[in-house]
Design a protein around this ligand. Structure first.
Ligand SMILES: *Cc1c(COP(=O)(O)O)cnc(C)c1O
Length: 231
């Protein structure tokens, strides 16, 4: 299948899942996760009409995206991986959306860099819905207070929530929980669902699905573990 065919297939599935839940397909944004794939692969997706991309590492995105963004001013780049505070400036400079805000120190650093650079990428709070020790994200019990601190104290442009459910659990429970937390905090955007479960996420209210392998094919099997943040 060509890049255009894979893209059309994923878009059709998103559309069908949205309609089956009585939602407007236009309310769901496909974030094409291009991590580990080169700029050529991103260009194929751009040629097929895709404009929203996700990367999980600042440095890898810096190697690929400045030229692509210059060539396509309407390209929207999301950071979906853990962010170290010492990379906050680079992240604010390059990304249009930061989906992985998950601790006070990072919120402070982002606020400072946004003021410094005069650029305000939309922020999502990452929620560790499965309360997994090794996973980034704010615990569900702490998230309301953290959202309030980000909005009111740090004045971050918080627009939504993001989660990555545990691999061995029914993702729908986590999707429903994330949507509920977003609703009670008045947040319009909910980023959830990956290649294996994005249709379920759409049925449960995802406004953004993050799809990698279903669009780009398998990633190299020995992908290094995501670096720990400096929390
Ligand atoms: C890699 C990644 C994805 C995409 O995963 P696929 O299973 O390939 O679709 C989505 N979200 C995050 C945070 C990721 O790191």
């Amino acid at each position: 299948m060509s890049a255009a065919d894979r893209l059309a297939d994923v878009r059709q599935r998103i559309e069908a899942a949205a309609r089956s839940a009585g939602r407007a397909p236009a309310d769901v944004t496909l974030v094409a996760v291009s991590k580990t794939h080169g700029a050529n692969r991103v260009r194929e997706m751009l040629d097929a009409g895709q404009r929203v991309f996700g990367e999980n590492r600042v440095q890898e995105a810096e190697e690929k995206f400045p030229d692509l963004k210059a060539a396509h001013p309407d390209l929207e780049l999301h950071l979906i991986g853990p962010l170290q505070t010492n990379k906050a400036r680079d992240a604010v400079r390059l990304f249009d959306v930061i989906q992985s805000v998950d601790r006070e120190r990072l919120a402070v650093a982002l606020a400072k860099e946004m003021a410094h650079l005069g650029r305000r990428p939309a922020c999502y709070i990452q929620v560790n819905t499965g309360e997994e020790a090794q996973k980034a994200g704010v615990a569900p019990a702490d998230v309301d207070a953290f959202i309030t601190a980000c909005r009111d104290t740090h004045k971050l442009p918080v627009v939504g929530l993001m989660c990555i459910p545990p691999v061995d659990e029914e993702p729908a429970l986590h999707f429903a929980l994330l949507a509920k937390i977003a609703a009670r905090n008045g947040l319009a955007k909910v980023s959830m669902g990956m290649s294996a479960d994005y249709e379920a996420a759409v049925r449960l209210g995802a406004t953004h699905v993050r799809v990698g392998s279903a669009l780009f094919g398998a990633r190299p099997p020995l992908e290094a573990p995501t670096p720990k943040t400096d929390a």
